[in-house]
Design a binder for this molecule. Structure first.
Ligand code: GRF
Length: 220
């Protein structure tokens, strides 16, 4: 983002406690994460704690309950809502739902996710327990673009933590979470700047390219 440009608008999707969302919102409020604003916080779970926190921040919130609906129908509603709010970059922050391929295609290289492992190790649920059980000595978190495969897209940021002999899944998850809260804002800033290119599977910093994080056409 150069000065005078409109901020990149974030759409946050969450299903639970929302600590990553709060870390992002606090980074923006404190001026550590510049050039972005949160346009809307959406949850598929009506009583998600993260939604209540979004309201405390005075942010627009929306609920699209996913239970009992087809993935395609549900995701079409969420995508329409994101577009109606002028969202440029979608941030999954503990969104416990797989996305339809139509949704991914609607936001090409415009969806970020955070996963509590050093991908490609330990994709899927309970990544911290998987890492502990496997016996790795270093664990961590990954912020990556979302593609059609689970926990698979181009990696933007990773942060590592040691695994201690005294750890259980809970203590390891706590140590990783502290790094998640740093990593997500860092990755959003990097992507929002537009100063990168994607070479194969590699995110590479570089001069701003035309077409990066330009406004997606919306109905607003
Ligand atoms: C985090 O561990 C994140 O990596 C994973 O889901 C958890 C969400 O936590 N995708 P929170 O809701 O952000 O506190």
């Amino acid at each position: 983002m150069s000065q005078g440009e409109a901020p990149v608008r974030l759409g946050i999707l969450l299903s639970g406690r929302g600590s990553n969302f709060v870390a992002i919102a606090e980074s923006i409020r404190a001026g550590r994460l510049k050039g972005v604003e949160i346009a809307v916080v959406i949850s598929n779970v009506a009583d998600a704690a993260g939604l209540a926190k979004a309201k405390e921040f005075g942010l627009p919130t929306e609920v699209f309950v996913s239970k009992g609906r087809s993935r395609t129908e549900h995701d079409a509603d969420v995508a329409a809502c994101l577009k109606a709010h002028g969202v440029d970059l979608v941030c999954l922050a503990g969104y416990m739902r797989l996305l339809s391929k139509e949704f991914v295609a609607a936001f090409p290289q415009r969806i970020l996710n955070i996963h509590p492992s050093l991908l490609p190790a330990f994709p899927g649920l309970d990544a911290q327990a998987q890492a502990l059980d496997y016996g790795v000595k270093v664990a961590g978190c990954t912020v990556h673009f979302v593609d059609e495969d689970l926990d698979h897209g181009v990696i933007v940021v990773q942060r590592a933590v040691p695994v201690l002999e005294t750890d259980n899944a809970h203590t390891l998850a706590e140590r990783i979470l502290a790094e998640e809260h740093i990593a997500y804002s860092e990755a959003i800033g990097m992507v929002a700047s537009g100063e990168y290119e994607i070479r194969g599977r590699r995110y590479v910093k570089g001069k701003r390219q035309a077409g990066k994080i330009e406004k997606i056409e919306t109905s607003r």
